[in-house]
Design a binder for this molecule. Structure first.
Ligand SMILES: Cc1cc2nc3c(=O)[nH]c(=O)nc-3n(C[C@H](O)[C@H](O)[C@H](O)COP(=O)(O)O)c2cc1C
Length: 399
């Protein structure tokens, strides 16, 4: 199969990854309207073609949280990545390092923090879910620091879990349950089975040993349902920041009021994100939410975004609307499921090439020069509300 774009990687991943794990990626919560909107709203934004300008010597390199990056892209944290392909987190972290972009490891990874750190030399970012057991969370933060992680990405939008119908229908479990349907499916996924047979990494690397018996997703869900702390608030950010002592990113911000509060709480960056449409079904797409957040806090903190990024053109649109970096979830997971490490390499190459070519065809040579001038007037979202005094009043009310 010739691979030309992320959709090709997705098609191949669908063929090679067991259905329950493929569906775990290619799904959103409830009606999946926000999941669809993330991609659909990016697609409606148009670019302005410019011609006869010198496009030689282009530059995509930038800095994300002060770190050099070969393009304004980072790998988003995704749980169970090691179930898309054996040792998935290690493979993706290596590909990101080779390409010169940040990799974020999820709390819910299969490979542990220490395991990933052993296989890369570029510091990676660690994503934190806050649980009721603050002692465990404190130790997890310490482990991330000891492993040399260069940023802590605190996910703010998963205090309770959105429901994905496909996961329930598939009886998602780790490892897959040997039901006749699953056995039939696995029989057609021999590459995946071979990889899994060769690795020892089959469970949740960061919680193994802490949560006894959490060997499958149902048990993990029970544990997380009891552990995710619905009372988590901005006051908790203080001790997290203190315990961590490094760069803090707050992920899952969709509204300017929350962006203001995140900055007040000391975030070094925020990620405009609706969790890839996996949490609040009905929330707006990330690209729609971006301009209001940038208008509110863009002068004071780095604003990143994720949700629906499937091409270099999408990255260009996000940057034009004020994102310092665009994070990719499903795009890299499809590459990983399709071809392992080579698939993540391919995903990053595709996005880089598309971004580079699109930048040139918009008449620019440096990603730093991108602004709304590259977008077709009337096709892109603009800040919907005045920024300052009213917003600050809202923040006061929200407190
Ligand atoms: C399969 C899957 C698992 C995810 N797991 C996590 C996670 O463990 N922690 C987290 O903060 N976000 C998680 N996310 C959300 C991603 O970090 C990111 O917000 C989202 O994937 C971006 O949308 P995109 O997939 O359209 O690029 C997950 C997303 C997917 C698709």
């Amino acid at each position: 199969m010739t691979i030309t774009c992320i959709a090709d990687l997705q098609r191949l991943a669908r063929r090679r990854v067991p259905k329950m794990f493929y569906d775990y990626v290619d799904s959103g919560s409830w009606t999946e309207s926000t999941y669809r909107a993330n991609e659909a709203d990016l697609a409606t934004i148009g670019l302005r073609q410019r011609v006869m300008v010198d496009m030689d010597n282009r530059r995509l390199a930038t800095r994300l949280l002060g770190e050099e990056a070969s393009m304004p892209v980072a790998i988003a944290p995704t749980g169970l990545t090691g179930m898309q392909h054996a040792d998935g987190e290690i493979l993706a972290a290596r590909a990101a390092e080779r390409f010169g972009i940040p990799f974020t490891l999820s709390t819910m990874s299969i490979c542990s923090i220490e395991d990933v750190a052993e296989h890369v030399s570029r510091p990676f970012w660690f994503q934190l879910y806050v649980m009721r057991d603050r002692d465990y969370i404190g130790r997890l933060i310490d482990r991330a620091r000891a492993a040399g992680c260069s940023a802590l990405v605190l996910t703010a939008d998963l205090q309770i879990l959105g429901q994905r119908h496909k996961d329930i229908r598939n009886g998602l479990s780790v490892p897959p349950k040997p039901t006749p349907r699953n056995l039939l499916d696995l029989a057609t996924k021999w590459r995946w089975c071979l990889g899994m047979a060769r690795t020892r990494r089959h469970t949740f690397g960061n919680i193994a040993g802490h949560v006894k018996d959490a060997t499958n997703l149902r048990e993990l869900s029970a544990w997380t349902a009891s552990q995710f702390d619905p009372s988590l608030s901005w006051d908790d950010v203080k001790w997290i920041k203190e315990r961590w002592g490094g760069k803090l990113v707050i992920k899952g911000i969709m509204e300017p009021e929350d962006a203001e509060l995140a900055v007040e709480a000391g975030a070094d960056a925020i990620v405009v994100s609706n969790h890839g449409g996996r949490q609040l079904d009905g929330a707006s797409s990330s690209i729609q939410a971006l301009p209001d957040v940038v208008a509110a806090v863009g002068q004071r903190t780095e604003v990143h975004m994720d949700g629906g990024i499937r091409s270099g053109q999408d990255v260009l649109k996000a940057v034009a609307l004020g994102a310092r970096g665009a994070h990719i979830g499903r795009a890299f997971l499809y590459g990983l499921g399709a071809m392992g490490e080579a698939g993540v390499d391919e995903c990053l190459r595709i996005i880089h090439k598309e971004l580079d070519t699109s930048l040139a065809l918009c008449g620019l040579r440096d990603i730093a020069d991108v602004d709304t001038g590259v977008l077709r007037p009337g096709s892109f979202p603009t800040p919907s509300r005045p920024v300052h005094s009213e917003r600050l009043a809202e923040v006061e009310v929200a407190r």
